[in-house]
Design a binder for this molecule. Structure first.
Ligand SMILES: [Fe+2]
Length: 335
Protein backbone atom coordinates (compact mmCIF):
# COMPACT_ATOMS: atom_id res chain seq x y z
CA UNK A 1 0.00 0.00 0.00
CA UNK A 2 1.39 3.43 -0.87
CA UNK A 3 1.13 6.26 1.63
CA UNK A 4 1.29 10.01 0.99
CA UNK A 5 4.80 11.41 0.63
CA UNK A 6 5.82 14.49 2.64
CA UNK A 7 6.05 17.80 0.84
CA UNK A 8 9.55 19.10 1.64
CA UNK A 9 8.61 22.57 0.39
CA UNK A 10 5.17 23.15 1.92
CA UNK A 11 3.09 26.24 1.08
CA UNK A 12 3.58 27.54 4.63
CA UNK A 13 5.46 26.37 7.69
CA UNK A 14 3.57 24.82 10.61
CA UNK A 15 6.16 24.11 13.30
CA UNK A 16 4.19 22.06 15.84
CA UNK A 17 0.91 21.33 17.60
CA UNK A 18 0.63 24.14 20.09
CA UNK A 19 -2.52 24.47 22.15
CA UNK A 20 -6.19 23.61 22.38
CA UNK A 21 -9.33 25.54 23.27
CA UNK A 22 -12.04 23.47 24.98
CA UNK A 23 -15.34 24.29 26.64
CA UNK A 24 -16.39 23.13 30.11
CA UNK A 25 -19.41 23.75 32.31
CA UNK A 26 -17.60 23.58 35.66
CA UNK A 27 -14.66 25.90 35.12
CA UNK A 28 -13.41 25.68 38.73
CA UNK A 29 -13.42 21.87 38.78
CA UNK A 30 -11.51 21.69 35.49
CA UNK A 31 -9.04 24.37 36.59
CA UNK A 32 -8.32 22.37 39.74
CA UNK A 33 -7.99 19.11 37.79
CA UNK A 34 -5.45 20.52 35.33
CA UNK A 35 -3.55 22.37 38.07
CA UNK A 36 -3.41 19.63 40.69
CA UNK A 37 -3.46 16.36 38.71
CA UNK A 38 -1.80 17.30 35.40
CA UNK A 39 0.35 19.96 37.04
CA UNK A 40 -0.19 22.86 34.64
CA UNK A 41 0.31 26.46 35.76
CA UNK A 42 -2.39 29.10 35.46
CA UNK A 43 -1.08 31.98 33.34
CA UNK A 44 -4.23 34.10 33.53
CA UNK A 45 -7.88 33.65 34.36
CA UNK A 46 -11.17 35.49 34.61
CA UNK A 47 -14.73 34.45 35.36
CA UNK A 48 -15.16 32.67 32.02
CA UNK A 49 -11.71 31.59 30.84
CA UNK A 50 -8.61 29.92 32.30
CA UNK A 51 -5.28 29.92 30.42
CA UNK A 52 -2.79 27.21 31.43
CA UNK A 53 0.72 26.19 30.39
CA UNK A 54 3.28 23.49 31.16
CA UNK A 55 6.18 24.02 33.55
CA UNK A 56 8.69 24.29 30.72
CA UNK A 57 6.61 26.54 28.49
CA UNK A 58 7.22 30.26 28.16
CA UNK A 59 4.36 30.71 25.69
CA UNK A 60 1.33 32.09 27.55
CA UNK A 61 -0.93 29.05 27.15
CA UNK A 62 -1.17 25.58 25.75
CA UNK A 63 -4.63 24.88 27.16
CA UNK A 64 -7.57 27.27 27.22
CA UNK A 65 -10.66 26.36 29.25
CA UNK A 66 -13.79 28.33 28.38
CA UNK A 67 -16.94 28.26 30.46
CA UNK A 68 -20.06 27.12 28.63
CA UNK A 69 -23.69 26.41 29.44
CA UNK A 70 -23.82 24.12 26.42
CA UNK A 71 -22.12 20.86 25.47
CA UNK A 72 -18.45 20.17 26.13
CA UNK A 73 -16.65 20.74 22.85
CA UNK A 74 -13.33 21.50 21.24
CA UNK A 75 -13.46 25.00 19.82
CA UNK A 76 -10.01 25.10 18.25
CA UNK A 77 -6.97 22.95 17.50
CA UNK A 78 -3.98 25.25 17.96
CA UNK A 79 -0.79 25.04 15.94
CA UNK A 80 2.24 27.29 15.67
CA UNK A 81 3.63 28.63 12.41
CA UNK A 82 7.21 29.82 11.94
CA UNK A 83 6.49 33.53 11.46
CA UNK A 84 3.89 36.10 10.43
CA UNK A 85 4.66 35.60 6.75
CA UNK A 86 3.61 31.97 7.09
CA UNK A 87 0.24 33.15 8.35
CA UNK A 88 -0.24 35.19 5.17
CA UNK A 89 0.74 32.18 3.09
CA UNK A 90 -1.65 29.98 5.09
CA UNK A 91 -4.50 32.43 4.50
CA UNK A 92 -3.79 32.37 0.77
CA UNK A 93 -3.54 28.55 0.74
CA UNK A 94 -6.85 27.90 2.49
CA UNK A 95 -8.78 30.50 0.49
CA UNK A 96 -7.33 29.13 -2.77
CA UNK A 97 -8.74 25.72 -1.76
CA UNK A 98 -12.15 27.27 -0.94
CA UNK A 99 -11.61 26.38 2.72
CA UNK A 100 -12.65 28.83 5.47
CA UNK A 101 -9.95 31.29 6.57
CA UNK A 102 -10.55 34.27 8.84
CA UNK A 103 -8.31 36.72 10.70
CA UNK A 104 -9.20 37.03 14.40
CA UNK A 105 -7.88 38.68 17.54
CA UNK A 106 -7.18 36.37 20.46
CA UNK A 107 -5.90 37.44 23.90
CA UNK A 108 -2.20 36.85 24.58
CA UNK A 109 -1.57 35.70 20.97
CA UNK A 110 -0.11 37.62 18.08
CA UNK A 111 -2.17 37.89 14.89
CA UNK A 112 -4.23 34.73 14.64
CA UNK A 113 -5.75 32.88 11.70
CA UNK A 114 -8.78 30.61 11.98
CA UNK A 115 -9.02 28.01 9.24
CA UNK A 116 -10.97 24.79 8.67
CA UNK A 117 -9.36 21.71 7.19
CA UNK A 118 -11.13 19.39 4.68
CA UNK A 119 -12.26 17.10 7.52
CA UNK A 120 -14.06 20.05 9.12
CA UNK A 121 -11.62 20.48 12.00
CA UNK A 122 -11.28 24.11 13.20
CA UNK A 123 -7.63 25.15 13.45
CA UNK A 124 -6.12 28.22 15.09
CA UNK A 125 -2.72 29.28 13.74
CA UNK A 126 -0.43 31.84 15.32
CA UNK A 127 3.30 32.56 15.30
CA UNK A 128 3.80 33.80 18.85
CA UNK A 129 2.26 34.41 22.27
CA UNK A 130 2.91 36.61 25.29
CA UNK A 131 5.74 35.27 27.42
CA UNK A 132 5.66 33.92 30.95
CA UNK A 133 8.38 32.46 33.19
CA UNK A 134 9.80 28.98 32.63
CA UNK A 135 9.41 26.90 35.80
CA UNK A 136 10.96 23.48 35.23
CA UNK A 137 13.63 24.28 37.87
CA UNK A 138 11.13 25.67 40.38
CA UNK A 139 10.28 22.30 41.85
CA UNK A 140 8.27 23.79 44.71
CA UNK A 141 5.63 24.62 42.06
CA UNK A 142 5.45 21.09 40.66
CA UNK A 143 2.21 19.20 41.30
CA UNK A 144 0.67 15.96 40.09
CA UNK A 145 2.19 14.88 36.77
CA UNK A 146 4.23 18.12 36.65
CA UNK A 147 3.45 18.38 32.92
CA UNK A 148 6.26 20.09 31.05
CA UNK A 149 4.93 20.94 27.58
CA UNK A 150 2.16 20.34 25.10
CA UNK A 151 2.98 17.53 22.71
CA UNK A 152 0.25 16.23 20.37
CA UNK A 153 -3.36 15.68 19.41
CA UNK A 154 -5.07 12.45 18.42
CA UNK A 155 -8.14 12.75 16.22
CA UNK A 156 -10.69 10.17 15.12
CA UNK A 157 -11.54 10.76 11.47
CA UNK A 158 -13.66 8.91 8.90
CA UNK A 159 -10.93 8.93 6.24
CA UNK A 160 -7.32 8.60 7.45
CA UNK A 161 -5.93 8.65 3.90
CA UNK A 162 -7.69 11.96 3.20
CA UNK A 163 -6.35 13.49 6.43
CA UNK A 164 -2.84 12.13 5.84
CA UNK A 165 -2.76 13.46 2.28
CA UNK A 166 -3.88 16.95 3.33
CA UNK A 167 -1.30 17.22 6.08
CA UNK A 168 1.61 15.70 4.12
CA UNK A 169 0.88 18.42 1.54
CA UNK A 170 1.41 20.89 4.42
CA UNK A 171 4.82 19.39 5.22
CA UNK A 172 3.85 16.90 7.92
CA UNK A 173 5.78 13.62 7.86
CA UNK A 174 4.45 10.20 8.82
CA UNK A 175 6.43 8.49 11.59
CA UNK A 176 4.26 5.37 11.92
CA UNK A 177 1.13 4.06 10.27
CA UNK A 178 -1.28 1.21 10.83
CA UNK A 179 -2.76 -0.87 8.05
CA UNK A 180 -5.20 -3.74 7.84
CA UNK A 181 -2.58 -5.91 6.11
CA UNK A 182 -3.67 -8.62 3.68
CA UNK A 183 -4.62 -8.23 0.02
CA UNK A 184 -7.15 -5.42 0.65
CA UNK A 185 -4.64 -3.25 2.46
CA UNK A 186 -6.10 -0.06 3.94
CA UNK A 187 -4.60 2.59 6.17
CA UNK A 188 -6.13 2.61 9.66
CA UNK A 189 -4.08 5.28 11.36
CA UNK A 190 -1.16 7.63 10.85
CA UNK A 191 1.18 9.42 13.24
CA UNK A 192 2.18 12.74 11.67
CA UNK A 193 4.79 15.21 12.86
CA UNK A 194 6.39 18.58 12.21
CA UNK A 195 8.61 18.84 15.30
CA UNK A 196 11.24 16.18 15.90
CA UNK A 197 9.21 13.51 17.67
CA UNK A 198 6.72 10.98 16.28
CA UNK A 199 3.52 12.96 16.71
CA UNK A 200 1.91 16.34 16.35
CA UNK A 201 -1.36 15.16 14.78
CA UNK A 202 -2.42 11.50 15.01
CA UNK A 203 -5.33 10.28 12.91
CA UNK A 204 -7.19 7.02 13.58
CA UNK A 205 -10.10 5.59 11.60
CA UNK A 206 -13.43 5.91 13.44
CA UNK A 207 -16.57 7.99 13.13
CA UNK A 208 -15.49 11.61 13.27
CA UNK A 209 -13.99 14.09 13.21
CA UNK A 210 -13.62 14.25 16.98
CA UNK A 211 -10.68 15.08 19.21
CA UNK A 212 -9.78 11.82 20.94
CA UNK A 213 -7.16 13.36 23.23
CA UNK A 214 -4.44 15.91 23.61
CA UNK A 215 -1.18 15.13 25.36
CA UNK A 216 1.48 16.68 27.57
CA UNK A 217 5.06 15.50 28.10
CA UNK A 218 6.26 14.74 31.64
CA UNK A 219 9.83 14.25 32.86
CA UNK A 220 9.79 10.54 33.74
CA UNK A 221 7.62 7.51 34.47
CA UNK A 222 7.28 8.43 38.15
CA UNK A 223 5.20 11.45 37.08
CA UNK A 224 2.45 9.16 35.74
CA UNK A 225 2.06 7.47 39.12
CA UNK A 226 2.23 10.74 41.01
CA UNK A 227 -0.61 12.06 38.82
CA UNK A 228 -2.71 8.96 39.58
CA UNK A 229 -1.88 9.19 43.30
CA UNK A 230 -2.86 12.87 43.29
CA UNK A 231 -6.14 12.05 41.55
CA UNK A 232 -6.80 9.40 44.19
CA UNK A 233 -5.99 11.67 47.10
CA UNK A 234 -8.30 14.38 45.73
CA UNK A 235 -11.20 11.97 45.22
CA UNK A 236 -10.73 12.09 41.45
CA UNK A 237 -9.75 8.48 40.84
CA UNK A 238 -12.72 8.10 38.46
CA UNK A 239 -10.92 10.50 36.11
CA UNK A 240 -8.20 7.90 35.41
CA UNK A 241 -9.27 6.61 32.00
CA UNK A 242 -6.58 4.15 30.87
CA UNK A 243 -3.23 3.04 32.25
CA UNK A 244 -0.63 3.70 33.49
CA UNK A 245 0.73 1.25 30.98
CA UNK A 246 2.86 0.99 27.84
CA UNK A 247 1.79 1.12 24.19
CA UNK A 248 2.97 -1.57 21.78
CA UNK A 249 3.52 0.84 18.91
CA UNK A 250 6.26 3.24 19.95
CA UNK A 251 6.77 1.42 23.27
CA UNK A 252 5.57 4.57 24.98
CA UNK A 253 4.50 4.72 28.63
CA UNK A 254 1.20 6.53 29.12
CA UNK A 255 -1.75 7.33 31.32
CA UNK A 256 -4.97 8.88 30.08
CA UNK A 257 -7.38 10.92 32.20
CA UNK A 258 -10.83 12.31 31.51
CA UNK A 259 -11.15 15.80 32.96
CA UNK A 260 -14.36 16.67 34.88
CA UNK A 261 -15.94 17.76 31.56
CA UNK A 262 -15.05 14.47 29.86
CA UNK A 263 -12.18 15.74 27.66
CA UNK A 264 -9.37 13.19 27.47
CA UNK A 265 -5.78 14.19 28.26
CA UNK A 266 -2.72 11.96 28.10
CA UNK A 267 0.57 12.40 29.94
CA UNK A 268 3.65 10.59 28.71
CA UNK A 269 7.42 10.68 29.19
CA UNK A 270 9.51 12.06 26.31
CA UNK A 271 9.21 9.85 23.20
CA UNK A 272 11.94 8.97 20.70
CA UNK A 273 13.38 11.72 18.53
CA UNK A 274 13.13 11.77 14.74
CA UNK A 275 15.86 14.16 13.72
CA UNK A 276 16.94 13.24 10.21
CA UNK A 277 15.15 14.10 7.00
CA UNK A 278 15.65 10.56 5.64
CA UNK A 279 13.64 8.87 8.43
CA UNK A 280 11.23 6.45 6.79
CA UNK A 281 7.67 5.77 8.07
CA UNK A 282 7.26 2.53 10.02
CA UNK A 283 4.33 0.31 9.04
CA UNK A 284 2.45 -1.60 11.74
CA UNK A 285 0.34 -4.13 9.86
CA UNK A 286 -2.10 -6.43 11.62
CA UNK A 287 -1.80 -7.10 15.35
CA UNK A 288 0.34 -4.79 17.48
CA UNK A 289 3.65 -6.21 18.66
CA UNK A 290 5.61 -5.63 21.85
CA UNK A 291 2.45 -4.90 23.79
CA UNK A 292 1.59 -6.09 27.27
CA UNK A 293 -1.06 -3.56 28.24
CA UNK A 294 -4.72 -4.49 28.58
CA UNK A 295 -7.00 -3.65 25.63
CA UNK A 296 -8.75 -0.27 25.94
CA UNK A 297 -12.31 0.01 27.23
CA UNK A 298 -15.00 0.75 24.62
CA UNK A 299 -15.26 4.31 25.91
CA UNK A 300 -11.56 4.86 25.09
CA UNK A 301 -11.96 3.37 21.62
CA UNK A 302 -15.02 5.35 20.55
CA UNK A 303 -15.54 8.40 22.77
CA UNK A 304 -13.98 11.78 22.12
CA UNK A 305 -14.65 15.49 22.18
CA UNK A 306 -16.79 16.77 19.28
CA UNK A 307 -15.92 19.96 17.44
CA UNK A 308 -18.38 22.81 17.71
CA UNK A 309 -20.86 22.71 14.84
CA UNK A 310 -19.14 19.86 12.96
CA UNK A 311 -21.16 16.82 11.87
CA UNK A 312 -19.76 13.35 12.58
CA UNK A 313 -19.50 10.92 9.66
CA UNK A 314 -18.97 7.15 9.51
CA UNK A 315 -15.50 5.71 8.98
CA UNK A 316 -14.73 4.59 5.42
CA UNK A 317 -12.56 1.76 6.80
CA UNK A 318 -13.61 -0.01 9.99
CA UNK A 319 -10.99 -1.16 12.44
CA UNK A 320 -12.09 -3.97 14.71
CA UNK A 321 -10.34 -3.37 18.02
CA UNK A 322 -10.65 -5.82 20.90
CA UNK A 323 -12.17 -3.91 23.80
CA UNK A 324 -11.41 -4.46 27.47
CA UNK A 325 -15.01 -5.58 27.94
CA UNK A 326 -14.65 -8.24 25.22
CA UNK A 327 -11.24 -9.29 26.53
CA UNK A 328 -12.60 -9.85 30.05
CA UNK A 329 -15.70 -11.68 28.77
CA UNK A 330 -13.47 -13.98 26.70
CA UNK A 331 -11.28 -14.68 29.75
CA UNK A 332 -14.30 -15.61 31.87
CA UNK A 333 -15.60 -17.88 29.07
CA UNK A 334 -12.30 -19.73 28.82
CA UNK A 335 -12.17 -22.98 30.83
FE1 LIG B 1 -1.40 10.21 22.43
Amino acid sequence: MSIPQPNRKPPFNITRAGHTVITVTDLAACRDFYSEVIGLLVSDEDADTVYLRGLEEIGHHSLVLKRTDGPHQCERVGARVFDEEDLEKAHHYFTSKDLPAEWVERPYQTRTLHVTDPMGMPLELCASMDKRSRNHVNTHLHKGAAALRFDHFQFLVPDVMKASTFYTDLGFRISDYFTTGGPQDHILGSFMYRKSNPHDFVFMTRPGPVMHHFAFIVAESHCLFRACDTAGSLGLSAQVDRGPSRHGQGHQLYVYFRDPAGHRVEVLPPPIQLIDIDEEPVCWAGAARFTWDLPPAKRWIYEGTPFAGVDIGDAVVEQKLLSLEEHLAKQSDDP
